[in-house]
Design a binder for this molecule. Sequence first.
Ligand code: SAM
Ligand code: DTB
Ligand code: SF4
Length: 342
Amino acid sequence: MTTIANVSPEALRATARRTEPRTSPQTAARWQVAEVEALFDLPFMDLIHSAQSIHREHFDPNQIQLSTLLSIKTGGCAEDCGYCSQSAHFDTEVKASKLMAIDEVREAALAARSQGASRFCMGAAWRSPKERDMERITEMVREVKALGMETCMTLGMLDADQASTLKDAGLDYYNHNLDTAPEYYGSVITTRTYQDRLDTLGHVRQAGINVCAGGIVGMGETRSHRAGLIAELANLEPYPESVPINNLVPVAGTPLGNSERLDPFEFVRTIAVARITMPKTRVRLSAGREEMDDALQALCFLAGANSIFYGDRLLTTPNPTSQRDLRLLERLDMRIEGASGA
Ligand code: SAM
Ligand code: DTB
Ligand code: SF4
């Protein structure tokens, strides 16, 4: 079988530069799953070298972007995503709460800004926003924008009208993940389909909001499924501006709470393959950093990750403290995007 395993970094880069769909109907997608899998199969050193070379063509390798998360509506979610602490289908320690007040959100955004975050990402445990919530949600966007920060929201599925309402309020990014390959998706989530997710991403793109879409690894999927996820993301037209790669945080009480930990080098490979197939995207090293040591995170940056969630909490689970992160970035001589001097 032809693989990319023995191809030179130059040839790899040429493949990655391919921006047009191919002409043959059988191979219309930019990336075939087998090609992406062949990238995963490269010798580790070759893969990291190629990813870092491509990374340098599009980004300053010493610069990183920081986004801070806030759960504006926690728990009690109607969906059954098998990894999630906030699903009402599972008995976890997370208590459901109502949508936050605008003042509380503003305070949290101010605190994030003072710590150095340039983007504030607000997440709600909803299947989709209700009409009655839209006014407060859009006001949150306006308030956070007024602080001079970029705004991001992740509220579940959006229809076209909701997406354009958020765009009008000034929303910069919308996060909605594909989570895994289409073939594995049904083993993780049954209450919404892969197509539902693609439709939401289409509405976000159509409204002119930047797309943030990624997935989770370490859910018991195969390497081929990981390649399938990356191929889906890379074949979006255009591919997302931001791609969060989450390592499963196993949550007690969820179906995936006892999942076997993914080999950390396989996680790094996933980052590298995302970088090669989506050269200009922000690849975000997302959930799972609390369990990673500094050396492993540095390897993720070398593989092309150039953004992190920054702040002591993700949505319901812990994240490294800001202090620990700042020390890590300092040790690596990395500059924070948007901070003075960056
Ligand atoms: N409810 C909204 C939705 O699902 O679109 C927004 C919030 S949801 C928590 C955002 C994403 O976080 C999920 O799509 C998933 O990729 C990631 N995530 C959730 N729980 C996780 C966990 N335990 N470990 C790793 N990633 C997780
Ligand atoms: C994303 O891909 N990861 C973030 C953000 N988008 C919303 C969420 C991670 C959640 C991790 C589990 C938790 O804290 O509940
Ligand atoms: Fe709900 Fe989002 Fe959690 Fe799924 S990932 S259960 S949609 S909060």
